[in-house]
Write a protein that binds this ligand. Structure first.
Ligand SMILES: NC(=O)c1ccc[n+]([C@@H]2O[C@H](COP(=O)([O-])OP(=O)(O)OC[C@H]3O[C@@H](n4cnc5c(N)ncnc54)[C@H](O)[C@@H]3O)[C@@H](O)[C@H]2O)c1
Length: 260
């Protein structure tokens, strides 16, 4: 089968201003490139520079766990581009030191994960929403995870925070629905990115991880990007408050994805 590169499907995102956090790596990078290819102006907020920065992808350094840093970054977005049509809350961390039962995870690791993965999403939304309300339009896409939906061993910090991302999605969707703002989330299965490569050993190796997915392989970042592109577009105008699992069928296993 011929592969279709992300961004070549014509979801209606042309001319929109799209802020993507964590767009220098993995899934966020694929999302940024896909939006840019589909005619959007992308602003990448990350702690490391975005390699593809250029005409359609602007890079603004921003640590999403630092409220002041992000206020400054959003001011730069508004001054430079005037609008925020789409916010993709994607930057999140899953340090290898978090792969332990919860009583063995260091407080510092828990605080770092909470400030990036939970408060980071909240704070970026709080900066984007006033702009979206002024525009009477906007879309927030929160990147959650298959681990938001079902348990596995040793993800006791990451999983519940990812679950909270689902609830943030529903809460904000209901709160702002009548003001033109849609909020959705996407829950990837295991996608071949630096984050997953760094934690392969803790997850039983690549083959074991791939085999937990009925499609028998890890996903590709482009496959998540295409889902985000569609959900953010006008083609998904009647979808809000919902989550889409892009997971090779992993979710069909329910709570039994991993034998005890
Ligand atoms: N890769 C997977 O299999 C998978 C599965 C489910 C969910 N997810 C979710 O997808 C999203 C992206 O994951 P990924 O695998 O591409 O991760 P990644 O580690 O490959 O990339 C994350 C990016 O976020 C940036 N980042 C980290 N901390 C930051 C901070 N404080 N401020 C700004 N930027 C920061 C990094 O520099 C990097 O560019 C995350 O929300 C993750 O939880 C990933």
């Amino acid at each position: 089968m011929t592969e279709r590169p992300a961004g070549e499907v014509l979801y209606r995102n042309q001319g929109r201003v799209v802020v993507v956090t964590g767009a220098s790596g993995g899934i966020g990078n694929a999302i940024a490139i896909a939006f840019a290819k589909s005619g959007a102006q992308v602003i990448s907020l990350d702690v490391i520079p975005t390699e593809q920065a250029g005409a359609n992808i602007a890079f603004i350094r921003c640590d999403v766990s630092d409220p002041e840093d992000c206020k400054r970054a959003f001011q730069q977005v508004i001054e430079g581009f005037g609008y925020v049509d789409v916010l993709v809350n994607n930057a999140a961390i899953q340090p290898t030191e978090s792969y332990h039962p919860i009583h063995e995870v260091d407080e510092e690791v828990i605080e770092r994960m909470t400030s990036v993965n939970l408060l980071g999403y909240l704070r970026r939304a709080r900066l984007a929403l006033p702009v979206m309300l002024e525009q009477d339009a906007g879309v927030i896409v929160n990147i959650a995870s298959g681990q938001a939906h079902r348990t596995a061993r040793e993800v006791g910090i990451y999983g519940p925070i990812k679950s909270a991302n689902l609830m943030q999605t529903r809460q904000w969707a209901v709160e702002y629905a009548r003001q033109g703002v849609r909020v959705v989330s996407v829950s990837p299965g295991a996608i071949d990115t630096p984050m997953v490569r760094a934690t392969l050993a803790a997850q039983g190796g690549e083959e074991a991880l791939a085999n937990r997915h009925p499609l028998g392989r890890l996903g590709k970042a482009d496959e998540v990007a295409n889902a985000v592109l569609w959900l953010a577009s006008e083609d998904a105008a009647f979808i809000t408050g919902t989550d889409l699992e892009v997971d090779g069928g992993l979710g069909a296993f329910g709570a039994f994805a991993e034998p005890y």
